[in-house]
Design a protein around this ligand. Structure first.
Ligand SMILES: C[S@@+](CC[C@H](N)C(=O)[O-])C[C@H]1O[C@@H](n2cnc3c(N)ncnc32)[C@H](O)[C@@H]1O
Ligand SMILES: Nc1nc2[nH]cc(C(=O)O)c2c(=O)[nH]1
Ligand code: SF4
Ligand SMILES: [Mg+2]
Length: 242
């Protein structure tokens, strides 16, 4: 039986980021990442701090927990991590969700490819800007994006870059200009992923959102982009499982 390392199953909630922001969805968060972004808001998936909470689950077991939690109150499931694209074994779960008539979204950074990515309805690839400390392998990203855009399945693909400062914005622009046909999202970076002071955090994030909007307004190379906050952070702060 194929097993998947799972750290969180939660929902229904709303998708707080990117191409289907606002969509009612369940979440499955897998363990393990090939990156270690300095500002990762889900570092417990890879830094060892939650290693005792990892559950090795089959597709059927994850499905049964989703239905226990969500009953008939969901039609969409988001798989995030960590990097779910590390897991070849997710194929069974993806196919099971399809059989059950659920739409599927994935969050991944574009460092790894899996055949099952072609079956995802809402696929977000989020290359990491300089502030993360990570370096994007653009030849790998080209290969992944070419494979997905040449596939005849009807998935929708988007790119999303998190921005903390102007160098990140320059990186984001390079990504957008390299793949101009792919819907492009800019997302406000959360610098304070541990604070419990939600009111102050929200205030700061809204100021950063305004800054990012202003940058986009002034830039003729950023005419066809969407600028978004992390909606769930504005509503619930750094709370986990929402
Ligand atoms: C936790 S990651 C998991 C999926 C995958 N590893 C990735 O990075 O795309 C989900 C999304 O959250 C974003 N993210 C992580 N930390 C963040 C932060 N501090 N502020 C804003 N977005 C963040 C990532 O860039 C990514 O788009
Ligand atoms: N509500 C909500 N929306 C999200 N969008 C992306 C998330 C993630 O951590 O991948 C996330 C999350 O953790 N919660
Ligand atoms: S790639 Fe995603 S999960 Fe991995 S460290 Fe970066 S933000 Fe976190
Ligand atoms: Mg998150």
């Amino acid at each position: 039986m194929k097993k998947i390392p799972v750290l969180e199953i939660f929902g229904p909630t709303i998708q707080g980021e990117g191409m289907v922001i606002g969509q009612k969805t369940m979440f499955v968060r897998t363990a393990g990442c090939d990156y270690s972004c300095s500002w990762c808001d889900s570092a417990f998936t890879w830094d060892g701090s939650a290693k005792n909470d990892i559950r090795q689950m089959t597709a059927e077991e994850i499905w049964s927990e989703l239905t226990e939690l969500g009953g008939n109150r969901f039609s969409h499931v988001t798989i995030s991590g960590g990097n779910p694209a590390l897991l070849a074994n997710l194929d069974d779960f993806v196919h099971l969700l399809k059989e059950k008539g659920k739409k599927i979204a994935i969050e991944t950074q574009g460092s790894k490819y899996q055949e099952w990515l072609k079956s995802i309805d809402d696929l977000t690839i989020s290359p990491k800007p300089p502030s993360s400390g990570m370096k994007t392998d653009f030849s790998k990203l080209d290969e992944i994006i070419n494979t997905l855009t040449n596939s005849n399945k009807h998935n929708s693909l988007s790119l999303k870059v998190v921005v903390f400062h102007t160098e990140d914005l320059s990186f984001a622009k390079c990504v957008h200009l390299r793949y101009p046909e792919i819907p492009f999202y800019l997302q406000v970076g959360n610098e304070n992923v541990h604070t419990a002071e939600t009111d102050r955090l929200v205030q700061t994030l809204l100021e950063k959102y305004e800054w990012l909007i202003d940058q986009v307004i002034e830039d003729s190379q950023l005419n066809n982009v969407r600028v978004l906050p992390q909606l769930h952070t504005l509503v619930w702060g750094n709370k986990r499982g929402v």
